[in-house]
Design a protein around this ligand. Sequence first.
Ligand SMILES: Nc1ncnc2c1ncn2[C@@H]1O[C@H](COP(=O)(O)OP(=O)(O)OP(=O)(O)O)[C@@H](O)[C@H]1O
Length: 215
Amino acid sequence: MVKLCSTCNKERAALRRPKTSCFYQALEDEVHRTIVSSRLFTRGERVAVAASGGKDSTVLAHMLTLLNARHDYGLDLFLLSIDEGISGYRDDSLETVKRNEATYGIPLKVLSYEELYGWSMDAIVRQIGTKNNCTFCGVFRRQALDRGAALMKADKIATGHNADDVAETVLLNILRGDVPRLAAQRLTHETAWVEGSPWQSTHTLICSHAPPLPT
Ligand SMILES: Nc1ncnc2c1ncn2[C@@H]1O[C@H](COP(=O)(O)OP(=O)(O)OP(=O)(O)O)[C@@H](O)[C@H]1O
């Protein structure tokens, strides 16, 4: 027999959670509580939602538009997408971002490496080969998001980084023995705020370290 969500009593149950049973409600409440308790936004701010077309940033776009309307944050949201110029990869996900623009009714700005740097990622790989190309791509993407946000007069950038991404970065830094980066990561983890990093002052990290829900 199909088990229904014991909170809304309509949707099919997707997950059994130790403290609450309705996953959507619990997640929305947790994100809202993090936004409020960490004072992530101020009324009237313009927020660039960094949209890759992947699951995390699509959930982020959904969540921010939903909570902005529900709790009247008064934010001016738009989607910011970076086209690295990787044929067969980013062109597909950009189609998803365009669908998100229509679904969530917020404007989309797409900026390409080609426009910003005069180089697409495909051209860079032709030049440097495939070794270390992810490092180039990541550094360029962070700067591209910063430049795009400045161009669009955004006050903050929201990204879909989550606890898994944080764990992955911490583990990689341990394996590399990179102590200064580990310390910076701890700051990010504890305060959900990146300062003095390549993200510069506009960057706000939305992560999943909300306090536990009351029982
Ligand atoms: N091309 C891009 N354009 C805009 N934002 C991006 C882009 N790539 C990554 N981001 C932002 O950085 C976050 C982390 O990116 P990462 O490459 O680690 O992918 P991810 O964790 O799989 O997330 P997603 O599922 O959203 O792709 C994304 O959630 C998104 O907010």
